[in-house]
Write a protein that binds this ligand. Structure first.
Ligand SMILES: [Zn+2]
Ligand SMILES: [Zn+2]
Length: 66
């Protein structure tokens, strides 16, 4: 999901800083323990969201688009 960063994040893929107020993409990571139902959210920068190799990396983490 395309979001505006509410605070600083680090791009999961390239490690670049996503500054507060910048547009980035948020993905939900499927919890390892479904009973805990705690969802992790990872963020990727705009550049990574458009690159297929980056999308694959995100998918391999088990993350799904919001
Ligand atoms: Zn990135
Ligand atoms: Zn990337």
């Amino acid at each position: 999901m395309k979001v505006k960063a509410l605070k600083e994040h680090t791009c999961f893929c390239c490690g670049e800083a996503i500054k507060k107020g910048e547009v980035c993409f948020a993905f939900i990571v499927n919890p390892e323990n479904p009973e805990k139902s705690e969802f992790d959210v990872i963020y990727t920068c705009l550049r990574c969201s458009g690159e297929e190799t980056c999308q694959i990396r995100v998918r391999q983490k088990g993350a799904t688009a919001w």
